[in-house]
Design a protein around this ligand. Structure first.
Ligand code: GDP
Ligand code: MG
Length: 258
């Protein structure tokens, strides 16, 4: 059975969006391979598969197309969750999410879930600088879900102000991200009161240290499962298939109708 479920087509699609260099590929690499590379190839793999319980989740990366060719409407088609990523030291990268990337999600599922992710938090937040264990084991704050400031072994945070001599980057606040989340709900015609709250859907992460990376992906995976189950129930309850008649040849019948 495990072999069968590995071969099945993905149950759910998750896409990652955002400007070049915000760290999308690094986030995926950190989550899937438990590693961070300082120089990431822009044109990387486009597609990752993650087994989550009995489900297969496909996670789509832009493979550098956001830079050169733009992303077609196919990219988000059928997505159950979209991870809109910006760089916490680059205000423009947050603005780009609204200006360039949000409209691409028009082809996502109607009940698509949106997460706004400020990556490179290690550059501005002392908590995010704490390295997860080198071998990929989770750090304490990842296990308990409660980030805490360690009493020692912490280098001072790199100040975005000190970086501003060489770039025009401006730090993005959580409030800016949460305000964008509110605008996304309005763009989608959704009521804030009936939607997932902004404070749950805005994350700050560091692909470099691993800070909040598992929490981001795994919170999202748990959130999309109800939509996977709904889709499966709809498919299995399709009026064109009489499950009673399929008795005895259940497996083949199910494979044929999926
Ligand atoms: N300090 C820091 N640098 C990061 C982080 N994530 C990515 N980077 C760096 O940002 C650059 C762009 O990363 P990449 O994953 O290729 O971005 P993408 O174009 O959005 O896929 C690379 O030089 C990464 O090493 C992070 O969390 N912290
Ligand atoms: Mg990339």
């Amino acid at each position: 059975m495990p072999e069968l479920s590995k071969m099945r087509k993905p149950d759910v699609k998750v896409v990652i969006l955002g400007d070049m260099n915000v760290g999308k590929t690094s986030l995926l690499h950190r989550y899937m391979d438990r590693k961070f590379k300082d120089t990431m190839s822009t044109v990387g793999g486009a597609f990752f598969l993650k087994q989550w319980g009995p489900y297969n989740i496909s996670i789509w990366d832009t493979a550098g197309r956001e830079q050169f060719h733009g992303l077609g409407s196919m990219y988000c088609r059928g997505a159950a969750a979209a991870i809109l990523t910006y760089d916490v030291t680059n205000w423009q990268s947050l603005a780009e999410l609204e200006e360039r990337f949000l409209s691409l999600t028009d082809t996502a599922n109607n009940d698509c879930i949106y997460a706004i992710v400020g990556n490179k938090a290690d550059l501005i937040d002392p908590q995010a600088q704490l390295l997860a264990n080198q071998d990929g084991l989770t750090a304490d704050w990842e296990r308990t879900g409660e980030p805490r400031v360690p009493s020692a072994c912490l280098t001072p945070p790199a100040s975005p102000i000190s970086l501003s001599g060489v770039s025009v980057n401006k730090q993005v606040s959580r409030e800016d991200a949460e305000a964008l989340y509110g605008r996304i709900l309005r763009y989608k015609g959704l009521e804030e009161t009936n939607s997932l709250p902004a404070d749950k859907m805005c994350f700050e992460t560091s692909a470099k240290t691993g800070y909040n990376v598992d929490a981001l992906f795994e919170t999202l995976f748990d959130m999309v499962l109800p939509s996977v189950l709904k889709k499966r129930t709809e498919r299995e309850g399709s009026p064109t298939v009489d499950l009673e008649e399929c008795k005895g040849t259940g497996k083949r019948a199910r494979a044929a109708c999926c």
